[in-house]
Design a protein around this ligand. Structure first.
Ligand SMILES: Nc1ncnc2c1ncn2[C@@H]1O[C@H](COP(=O)(O)OP(=O)(O)OP(=O)(O)O)[C@@H](O)[C@H]1O
Ligand SMILES: CC(C)(CO)[C@@H](O)C(=O)[O-]
Ligand code: BAL
Length: 277
C-alpha cells in the first residue's frame, strides 16, 4: 500500500516502514511514462521507493512557468500507487522551507554556469538546494534521475561527491514517444502544430548523432533546427560525456534547448566521435 505524506511528521512516520534501503525518485508531478520508468527502475532493486512531488519555487526564475506548471496530484497519486511506490511525499512550501525563502543555498559552481545555467540564472542553485534537502528528509540511500535533464544529473552527482552526501545516484536513459519526442511534463503545453515543430529537436539530435565528426554533427543538427520555423533555438552544443571539452574521439554529448511557441524544451543524446581515417 502506498502511504501519502504531506508534512515532515507524516514522512517520518511513513519512513518507519522501511526495513532496508530507501530509494527516492524526485519529481515536480504531472507524472508521465518517463517518471514511471524511474520508479520501475528503482523498484527492480529496492522494495521501498519514495516518490517526491514538489514544484520547487526556488528553481524557477522570474517570468518562468512556476504559476502555470501543471499540478495533477490526484492523477499522480494514482500513478504512484499503480507503480507500487511505498511512500509519496507531496509537501507544501512551508514543509520544505520552514524558515521561508532560504538565504543560504547551494552554489552549483562552473558546471552550473554553462548551458541551462547560462539560460536560467539561479535555476541550478534552487534545484540543488531542494535536492539536497529532499535526499536528507527522505533518508535516501539511492536516488534515480533522468538523463533527459542531463546537466541536472551531472550536477547532482557532483554535489554528492563534493559534499560527501553518501547517497548513490543512478541515471536513467531518456524515455521517448514512438516518434522521438522526449517525454516531458511541459509537452502538455504544446498545441498540435507546436508538437509537430518540437519533433525537430529529437530529429536533429538523432541525425546529428549519426555522424562521428564534430563539424558534421553540428552542421546536420543545426540545419534541421534552422529549417523548422516553429523552433527558436536557445543552444545546440556538443560537449564531452561529462559536459566538459569535446574529445578528439570517444563518448560525447549533444544537447539542445529551444522554445516552441511559449514552451521551453530541452533534449540530449549520447554520441561517439571518431577521428577520420
Ligand atoms: N523523458 C524522460 N525520461 C527519463 N526521465 C525523465 C524524463 N522526463 C523527466 N524525467 C526525469 O524525471 C525526474 C523529474 O522530472 P520532472 O518532474 O521535472 O519532469 P519533466 O518531464 O522533466 O518536467 P519538465 O517538463 O518540467 O522538464 C527528473 O529526474 C527527470 O530527469
Ligand atoms: C530534481 C527536481 C525534482 C528538483 O526539484 C526537478 O529539478 C526535476 O523534476 O527534475
Ligand atoms: N525537469 C527540470 C526541472 C525544471 O525544468 O525546473
Amino acid at each position: 500500500m502506498t502511504q501519502v505524506a504531506h508534512t515532515r511528521d507524516e514522512l517520518v512516520a511513513a519512513l518507519d516502514g522501511a526495513g532496508g534501503e530507501v530509494a527516492v525518485v524526485m519529481t515536480m508531478g504531472a507524472l508521465h511514462e518517463g517518471h514511471g520508468r524511474l520508479i520501475r527502475t528503482a523498484r527492480q532493486r529496492s522494495p521501498f521507493v519514495v516518490v517526491t512531488i514538489f514544484v520547487n519555487p526556488l528553481q524557477f526564475g522570474p517570468g518562468e512557468d512556476f504559476e502555470k506548471y501543471p499540478r495533477t496530484l490526484e492523477a499522480d497519486l494514482g500513478a504512484c500507487r499503480a507503480e507500487g511506490a511505498a511512500v509519496v511525499f507531496a509537501p507544501g512550501r512551508d514543509d520544505v522551507y520552514p524558515g521561508g525563502a532560504p538565504s543560504i543555498t547551494m552554489n552549483p559552481g562552473p558546471l552550473g554556469a554553462i548551458l541551462e545555467g547560462a539560460s536560467r540564472p539561479g535555476h541550478f542553485s534552487g534545484m540543488l538546494t531542494v535536492v539536497e534537502k529532499l535526499l536528507r528528509l527522505t533518508r535516501a540511500d539511492v536516488a534515480y534521475f533522468g538523463e533527459k535533464d542531463f546537466q541536472q544529473l551531472a550536477l547532482i552527482r557532483r554535489m554528492v561527491l563534493d559534499l560527501e552526501l553518501g547517497v548513490e545516484i543512478v541515471g536513467v536513459p531518456t524515455v521517448r514517444e514512438s516518434d522521438g519526442l522526449a517525454l516531458s511534463s511541459r509537452n502538455r503545453y504544446l498545441s498540435e502544430q507546436e508538437r509537430k515543430s518540437a519533433l525537430a529537436l529529437s530529429r536533429a539530435l538523432r541525425e546529428g548523432a549519426g555522424h562521428s565528426d564534430p563539424a558534421a554533427v553540428l552542421a546536420t543538427a543545426g540545419k534541421i533546427l534552422a529549417e523548422e520555423p516553429g523552433v527558436r533555438l536557445d543552444y545546440l552544443e556538443l560537449t564531452g560525456a561529462d559536459l566538459g571539452d569535446v574529445p578528439d574521439e570517444g563518448p560525447a554529448r549533444l544537447l539542445v534547448a529551444a522554445r516552441v511557441g511559449a514552451t521551453r524544451l530541452i533534449d540530449n543524446v549520447p554520441i561517439v566521435l571518431r577521428k577520420e581515417a
